[in-house]
Design a protein around this ligand. Structure first.
Ligand SMILES: Cc1ncc(COP(=O)(O)O)c(C=O)c1O
Length: 413
């Protein structure tokens, strides 16, 4: 414990006051919320913005000439501008609102895949992907007669980059990769991997679901062709999310869904499509949720995000050190570069039992395969327990987790 560094100057108590849910008790104990990789909590700023929209501004967008519709449209488009600045896209139109990462990946697999992937072509993914970044590619591959090639990882849960380089060839049509693994916490060297793919003229989709909430991401610096993430993992409501795509790709690929809002002209003979982003936003979008996402970006801009990232990292190191000192506990995912995910097993105790017992003490963690079955198979495990931290978690909460784990061990001893 002595090796653990002092916590940085980040004022976690000030931040915690912005999250009303954290003040409640669960099973008579203060809530210790460590399931942030699944969904983060929502800040006051987002709650207030959402309430204001619903109470005073609600209307459908892009269609009305009346006051409320114009007001809602401006708020929705302002949220897009905020996202654009947050991820440093070249233009706001490159930021498509989607339901979340799952829809972002499906959109690319369907639209890019439909146009650019054919029989005998290859799609590269990695062994650590979430099912959301596996299945859409499998469906595409089956439909087109294409092949999925998988980048393996080592025992620490790091991608083997030489193997990746060997997989790239003239048949590769796309690489789809997690920026951060939701089960291991590994931060992949996506910038370098994108540069390598580009040498082969291959575009890259980055699944940023576990990255965007935890550290600044610059899509231009990464040179990502597509980058997708979910709002509900970064303080925003469910149903919000973004697919960033370079204009050169978004202009070239066909729409994903069709219907109202995405057209220029319609006759029974032929339809022409609206330009981006509308081309990819058929039907009434999640207006309130995406305005909430804009507020979540405001929130992240209102704090020192770099300091928050450093704080989270210290918290992860602290938890890792304490957890690795417990006999019978094994940490799954020990990459050198890690974000705030700590998956583990306890000898002879099922992860679901661990989760249930911790819940009795008000501690929320996740148990299962975390939508990454191939990854678990790689480690020869059906399931793990996962604690995942965010910038409002504290060292005291880590201590409570560790005490809870000792209790589990005692019960199963
Ligand atoms: C790495 C990763 N990709 C994709 C997803 C899917 O995100 P959503 O369910 O918000 O679409 C998740 C969710 O946990 C994730 O962690």
């Amino acid at each position: 414990m002595t090796a653990v560094k002092e916590m940085s100057n980040f004022d976690v108590n000030k931040v915690r006051a912005d999250f009303p849910v954290l003040t409640q008790t669960v099973n008579g104990k203060p809530l210790v919320y460590l399931d942030n990789a699944a969904s983060s909590q929502v800040s006051n700023l987002v709650i207030e913005r959402g309430s204001k929209y619903l109470a005073e501004e609600h209307s459908n967008i892009h269609r009305g000439v009346h006051y409320l519709s114009q007001h809602a449209t401006s708020a929705y488009e302002a949220a897009r501008e905020k996202v654009k600045r947050f991820i440093n896209a070249r233009e706001a139109k490159e930021c498509i609102f989607v339901r979340g990462t799952t829809e972002g990946v499906n959109l690319v697999a369907y639209s890019y895949g439909r146009k650019f992937v054919g029989e005998g072509d290859e799609i590269i993914i990695s062994e650590m992907e979430h099912h959301a970044n596996i299945i859409p590619w499998q469906v595409l591959a089956e439909e087109k007669g294409a092949k999925i090639r998988v980048i393996p990882m080592n025992e620490r849960g790091e991608l083997i980059i030489e193997e990746y380089e060997n997989l790239l060839n003239e048949r590769t049509r796309i690489v789809a990769l997690a920026h951060v693994s939701n089960s291991l916490g590994t931060i992949n060297p996506v910038k370098e991997m994108i540069a390598t793919a580009h040498k082969f003229g291959v575009p890259v989709l980055v699944d940023g679901a576990q990255a965007i909430p935890h550290f600044p991401v610059d899509v231009q610096d990464l040179d990502a062709d597509f980058y997708t993430f979910s709002g509900h993992k970064m303080f925003a409501p469910t149903g919000s999310g973004v697919l960033y795509g370079k204009r050169e790709w978004l202009d070239k690929i066909p729409p994903y869904q069709t219907g109202g809002g995405m057209i220029r002209t319609v006759t029974f003979e032929k339809t022409t499509y609206a330009p981006i982003p509308e081309k990819f936003e058929a039907g009434t979008p999640a207006i309130a949720a995406n305005i909430g996402l804009g507020a979540a970006v405001d929130y992240l801009n209102s704090i020192d995000f770099e300091a928050a990232a450093a704080y989270e990292h210290e918290l992860l190191e602290y938890a890792t050190e304490l957890l690795s000192g417990i006999e019978g506990v094994k940490i799954i995912g020990t990459a050198k570069e890690k974000a705030s995910v700590l998956s583990f097993t306890i000898e002879n105790v099922h992860p679901h039992d661990i989760g249930t017992i911790l819940d009795q003490s008000g501690i929320a963690i996740r148990a299962g395969h975390h939508c990454a079955q191939p990854l678990h198979e790689r480690f020869g495990l059906p399931a793990t327990s996962r604690a995942s931290f965010y910038l409002y978690n504290t060292k005291e909460e880590v201590d409570m987790l560790i005490n809870g784990i000792y209790k589990v061990k005692e019960l199963f001893g």
